[in-house]
Design a protein around this ligand. Sequence first.
Ligand code: BG6
Length: 512
Amino acid sequence: MSSTTAAWVNPLRDRRDKRMPHIAGPCAVVIFGVTGDLARKKLMPAIYDLANRGLLPPQFALVGFARREWADEHFSDVVREAVEQHARTPFRQEVWDRLSEGIRFVHGDFDDESAFERLAERLRNLDEERGTGGNHAFYLSIPPAAFPVVCEQLSKSGLARNHDGCWNRVVIEKPFGHDLTSAESLNEVVNSVFPESSVFRIDHYLGKETVQNLLALRFANEMFEPIWNAHYVDHVQITMAEDIGLGGRAGYYDGIGAARDVIQNHLLQLLALTAMEEPVNFSPAELQAEKIKVLSATRLVEPLDQTTSRGQYTAGWQGSEKVMGLLDEEGFSTTSTTETFAAITLDVDTRRWAGVPFYLRTGKRLGRRVTEIALVFKRPPHLPFDATMTEELGKNALVIRVQPDEGITLRFGSKVPGNQMEVRDVNMDFSYGAAFAEESPEAYERLILDVLLGEPSLFPVNAEVELSWKILDPALENWAANGHPDPYVSGGWGPESAFEMLRRDGREWRRP
Ligand code: BG6
C-alpha cells in the first residue's frame, strides 16, 4: 500500500502489524457483578461481538461470579439473552455454540474465602479443559467499596500472581474514588495486589473511534497544528449532554453527581487529548507522559462561584414526553443535593494554551444527546468589510463530533450569493457514516480486547486518575459548602448560572 493511499490505522492500538487486527491469546475473563446493567448491556454483548469478529481464540472462557445460586446453564442463558438484546453484530448460532461451551458460573459472596477457592479451582479446570493457559482478566464491574475485599481475596487465593509466563490482570470500572484522598487509598489497595502494569482502568470514552481520531486529526495532519494554540484559539468547549434522566440509577448516582460521574474521567481525558503535546511515539508510556504533563498544568479558574455551575433537573418536556424532576425520581432523596449538571472553567498553564479557557459541561435531561469538542477561534484582527456585511458572521470553529453523528465540522464565513458582500457562517462536514463503509466497534469491544492483548494505551494510569481528582476537588468542596444546585427545566440546556458563567467572559455556549 503506498503512503498516499494508506488507510488510517489506529496509532494507539497497533505498533506492530499496521493492518491486521490482533486476536487475543488463550484466556478466561471473570466478571464480578454479572447481574448489573453494565455487564448485561455492554460487557457480555462486547465479548460476543469479539467472538463474532473472530478476535477471541477457541481457548477462551467466560466466568461469572455473583451471589445468586445459578448453574452454569442458567448463567449461559443470561448471557445469551444479553447478547440477543444488546450485541452490535448479528446473532450467529455457530459463534454462540463455541462461546457458550466455555461459559461457567461461580456463586459466592465477596468476603467468602471458599468462594474464591472454588473460583480458582474452576479456572484451573478451564486451563486444562479449554486450554485457557492460566491467563485471567478479572473484571470488577462492582461498586468501588467492594474493590479492596475482592482484590484481597484474589490475592489470597493466588489468582493475582503472574507466574510461568501467565498473566493475571484486573479491570476496574469508575468511579475510581470520590476525591483525591479516596482515590489514593484505592490505588494503594489495588496496587498492593496487582502491579500497575496489570491494572486496566476503564474510561470507555477512550475506546470511542472519534476520540482516537482526535489524535489522527492532530498528529497525522499538517494543517491543524499551526493554529492549535493560544495565538488562534479563543476558547475550547467540551460538552457531553444526555437527554436521559436518572430513573433507576439512584443507587449509583445519588451522592455522586455529574462532575464525579463524567467530568473527572471522560471530559478531563478529552481535554488531555485535545491539549497535550505530540508524544514522540504512540507507545503507552509516551502517550501517558504527555497526558500526565498536561493534566499537571490544568487548574480551575477562580472565583469558583462565577467560573463553575451546577444544576439539578426539574420536571419538563423531553420532546413530546413529560418527564419528572430528579427529586421525584425513584430512589432519590427528596432533599438530594446531587447535581445532574456541572460546568467548570479550566486554564491549561502551558505556553501553548496560556489564557485560553477550557469550558467543560455535562448534564442529564438536556436538549439532546451530544458529545463534542469545539475549538472556537479568535476573530480576525481586522475585517475589511462594513459592519453590516459581517453581522451574521460568528467565530470560526472546529468541532469534533464525538457522538452521535460522528465526524468533524469546520465552521467558517462564506459570501452569500448575490450582488452584496454579505458574509455568513457555513459548515463543512466530515461524517464517518458517509466516508467509511465499516461500522465502528463499540468502545467496550476495543477495550476488552486490549486488556486481553495486554495493550495499555487506552487505559488511564493511577497518576492520571489522581491528577483529575486534584483538578476537580476544589469545585466539589466549594459546591458541598454551598447548598443546593441550581434548578433547570428538563429538555433545556442547564441552569441560568451556566449561561451566566460564559456571558461574564463575553462568550456563549454552542447550541449543538
Ligand atoms: C457513563 C456514565 O460513564 O457514561 C453515565 O456513568 C453516562 O452516567 C454514560 O450515561 C454515557 O456513555 P455514552 O457512551 O452513552 O456517552
